[in-house]
Design a protein around this ligand. Structure first.
Ligand SMILES: *Cc1c(COP(=O)(O)O)cnc(C)c1O
Length: 391
């Protein structure tokens, strides 16, 4: 993996002297100064004695295991600051405290279902309007800005259609309109894409996915360079209280150490599976930016190191689709993604039920669409498993 991208436009900090795989293991994870313990301890405490120190007061405000995770996350994105949360949605809710009544937000139409839900069902109650649109059309994006547009909310690649948007161009457009650019980079993980280096103001991760990587924790993160945004969000992190437990921080740190090697294998397997599916007679279409004829291929090549472990595909025949997916023996029918085990799911009846059917179909989330988080199993076992289930 090249190290070039990590220093683009970002002031050099000690962690930046290390390359990505080294940072994943060492940034924020120095041996414990008191005991030399190689693995950062789990500080399971809700409060701290103030007799000998004033840095730590109460665990909602700060915890040393969380500090270690935050340092690690900042280093992975070559960002100045990171904040860790109890879930991706906890991070997102906290980011939305940057908005106030009367503000307007532009959101990618193919967004995470929970993001659609929070904008349409919750933020709307607080006088914050949102417009959902396809961010691949930059002219449409320009036209959609209003004087009160405060945030441009991007995801890339998107969920579940794997659309890739031009983060550098979009960050530039947002800046010209004095709006904040936010990118949910969960599908790429910091191993494949670093939005801050492309000019994006705020990066969102659900650490539940690739960063944790083992389907055993819930967590979220916000990473940024700007001190003013960090001050506001750190205040909101403590005020809202969507903070992770020390144990979940420790699990995330443990997962992060192998992120670079895991992502290589996720990408290898997804590249192979995307070709297998493309050639399969039951499959009408494969959405994967790694395929040379995918509409997102060109931009993905520019802004990502590889094409990721997520893909989706459309079956020609959608009858009893979920029943057929239950026939899989290696690949599990389950929501979520980014873990070592392959997971497959049906967006129309599982992850995207909060998006109304009409809106879903307009976006291309058809009843025949299947989302596939390609795991680290032997690729041959995965193709054989899919071959059996698809018939
Ligand atoms: C899972 C996910 C989230 C939400 O994260 P949780 O940890 O489940 O709260 C947000 N964005 C994307 C792209 C996700 O995949």
């Amino acid at each position: 993996m090249g190290s070039k991208v990590f220093t683009l436009g970002v002031q050099l900090r000690p962690g930046d002297r290390m390359r990505f795989a080294t940072k994943a293991i060492h940034a924020g994870q120095e041996p414990d100064p008191r005991t030399g313990a190689v693995t950062p301890p789990i500080y399971a405490t809700s409060t701290y004695s103030r007799k000998g120190q004033d840095a730590y007061a109460y665990a909602r405000s700060a915890n040393p295991t969380r500090d270690a995770l935050q340092q690690s996350l900042a280093a992975l994105e070559s960002g100045k600051h990171a904040l860790a949360f109890s879930s991706g949605m906890g991070a997102i809710t906290t980011a939305l405290t940057l908005l106030k009544k009367g503000d307007h937000v532009l959101v990618t139409d193919d967004c995470y279902g929970g993001v659609y839900r929070i904008f349409t069902r919750i933020m709307s109650q607080y006088g914050i309007e949102s417009t959902f649109l396809d961010l691949r059309d930059l002219v449409d994006v320009e036209d959609a800005f209003r004087p009160e547009t405060r945030i441009l909310w991007m995801e890339s690649p998107t969920n579940p259609l794997m659309k890739v948007v031009d983060l550098k161009e979009l960050a530039f457009i947002a800046k010209a309109h004095e709006a904040l650019s936010v990118c949910d980079s969960t599908f790429a993980s910091p191993a494949l894409q670093n939005p801050l280096a492309l000019g994006v103001d705020l990066v969102v991760h659900s650490t539940t996915k690739y960063l944790g990587g083992h389907a055993d924790l819930l967590g979220g993160a916000l990473v940024m360079n700007r001190d003013d945004i960090h001050e506001k969000l750190k205040f909101s992190q403590n005020a809202l209280g969507a903070v992770p437990s020390a144990f979940d921080c420790w699990l995330a740190l443990r997962g992060i150490k192998t992120l670079p090697v895991r992502m290589e294998r996720h990408c290898d397997n997804a590249e192979m599976l995307s070709k297998f599916l493309k050639d399969h007679k039951a499959v009408a279409k494969v959405h994967y930016p790694g395929l040379p004829d995918d509409p997102g291929h060109g931009i993905a090549k520019k802004q990502m190191r590889r094409f990721g472990g997520m893909l989706s595909f459309e079956l020609r025949d959608s009858t009893r689709l979920v029943e057929r997916l239950k026939r899989l023996e290696v690949i599990l029918l389950a929501e979520s993604l980014g873990g070592v085990e392959s997971l497959i799911e049906h967006p129309a009846s599982m992850t995207h039920t909060s998006v109304p059917k009409e809106q879903r179909e307009k976006q291309g989330i058809t009843d025949g669409l299947v989302r596939f988080s390609v795991g680290l199993e032997d690729a041959q076992d995965l193709t054989e498993d899919l071959g059996r289930a698809l018939g």
